[in-house]
Design a protein around this ligand. Structure first.
Ligand code: AFD
Ligand code: MN
Length: 393
């Protein structure tokens, strides 16, 4: 199917109108590597300013109406007031990200720590995050555990799974009817020998044990090099256990670069499995979140670029001629089937996306619109003082 085919263009545009991409509060703040955090001008100093920046991304792209929070980085006295601030800016508060990886007590783990006092403290933090979800109206609690060990024999691998299951069960049972746990896995880092939730299979098994309100979240930077991520997407979609994504890009490790910047073809293949699984619609419940750190590039335009990259990959995936592809697959026509997918991937969808933005009353080029907006110059002046937000690694 080519995008010169008018009905196809309309169908693609219609599907893209429903796409929602959630940006992370922490991507607007200072970030870096373990070697250095390079502060940037204009960076927000609190969650209110982070949400203001996220609102600019949504205003220019029309596709990013919610912003994920990270607790305690975004802790405030009155979450209802923060939610109203977001609403006033045309935004919503999205996933609540727990943080049981930066307190000194968590050196040997959080919910899997051998010390029951530490496990209680970590589990109480997760329960506090659910309380916050009640106040913000968030659906999703994102759980990532840096828990693991650095040496063989350090701790009992199996006992740590029991501890994890116990904590997850307590938090799961606290969830309201419209709330979910999104359990995130990561193969490596910061632990070097075992990680307690290292891969999609572990996350899937725990979510299966917990129940329907526990889903797996795929962070695209959390796999061994060469992992076929679109296989994981297809498998989890088929069994109804894909809760969402933490999109980013990597050349080597968990680089948290702009999604699609290192491997746009992989992002297209991932979005093709979403389209093939009829999971693009908001009703499908897949959270399309960014989880990125813009260490050396200006943050707001980097996030805009990331949203555009997801839209472009999605538009290409929507252009795949499903009929021609299925026919070639069933006929065992290897080259024909590959060509059907590659035809879509090789389409330049930027004119179609520019047309969609014009239809929506948006500037066809959000990056240029941001550069012209004067917003950066304004926040650089307004935010000259105060303590910049960041995770201070
Ligand atoms: C780190 C972790 C993980 C988590 C994110 C926000 O690797 O991706 O989702 O922090 O807590 O990037
Ligand atoms: Mn993540």
């Amino acid at each position: 199917m080519s995008q010169s085919d008018a009905p196809a263009r309309e169908r693609v545009k219609q599907a893209l109108r429903t796409q929602r991409i959630e940006t992370p509060s922490w991507a607007y703040a200072n970030s870096g590597t373990r070697f250095k955090v390079f502060p940037q001008e204009g960076v927000p100093r609190d969650p209110y300013e982070k949400i203001a920046d996220a609102a600019v991304v949504h205003r220019l792209t029309g596709a990013a109406p919610t912003v994920a929070l990270h607790i305690p980085w975004d802790r405030v006295d009155d979450y209802a007031d923060l939610a109203k601030h977001a609403t006033d800016l045309g935004m919503g508060l999205g996933a609540i990200n727990s943080n049981v990886f930066q307190d000194p007590d968590y050196m040997l783990g959080s919910v899997t720590n051998p010390d029951p006092r530490v496990r209680r403290k970590a589990t109480d933090h997760l329960l506090e995050c659910v309380d916050i979800m009640d106040a913000t109206g968030s659906r999703d609690l994102k759980l990532w555990f840096s828990d693991g060990t650095n040496y063989p024999g350090q701790d009992d691998i199996r006992a740590r799974q029991d501890r994890l299951a116990t904590a997850l069960r307590e938090v799961y049972d606290r969830l309201g009817p419209n709330q979910r746990i999104l359990l995130e896995y990561k193969l490596f880092e910061p632990a070097f020998y075992t990680t307690d939730v290292p891969d999609w299979g572990t996350a899937y098994a725990h979510c299966l044990e917990l129940g329907p309100k526990a889903q797996v979240v795929i962070d695209t930077g959390h796999h061994a090099p060469g992992t076929n991520i679109e296989f994981i997407v297809a498998f989890l979609l088929r069994v109804g256990k894909l809760g969402g994504f933490d999109f980013n890009s990597r050349f080597y490790a968990d680089d948290d670069l702009m999604v699609g910047s290192a491997d746009p073809f992989q992002l297209f293949r991932i979005m093709y499995e979403i389209v093939r699984g009829d999971a693009l619609r908001p009703e499908a419940g897949i959270a399309f979140m960014l989880d990125q750190c813009h260490n050396i590039e200006p943050k707001i335009p980097a996030i805009i670029r990331s949203v555009l990259n997801v839209q472009e990959a999605t538009a290409k995936a929507l252009l795949v001629d499903a009929g021609a592809l299925a026919a070639a697959q069933q006929a065992g026509d290897v080259l024909g089937a590959n060509a059907a997918l590659m035809d879509a991937y090789n389409s330049d969808v930027r004119p179609l996306l520019a047309e969609l933005r014009a239809d929506l009353g948006l500037d066809p080029d959000p990056m240029a619109a941001y550069a012209r907006s004067g917003y950066f110059e304004r926040i650089r002046a307004e935010r000259a003082g105060g303590q910049q937000a960041g995770w201070g690694a």
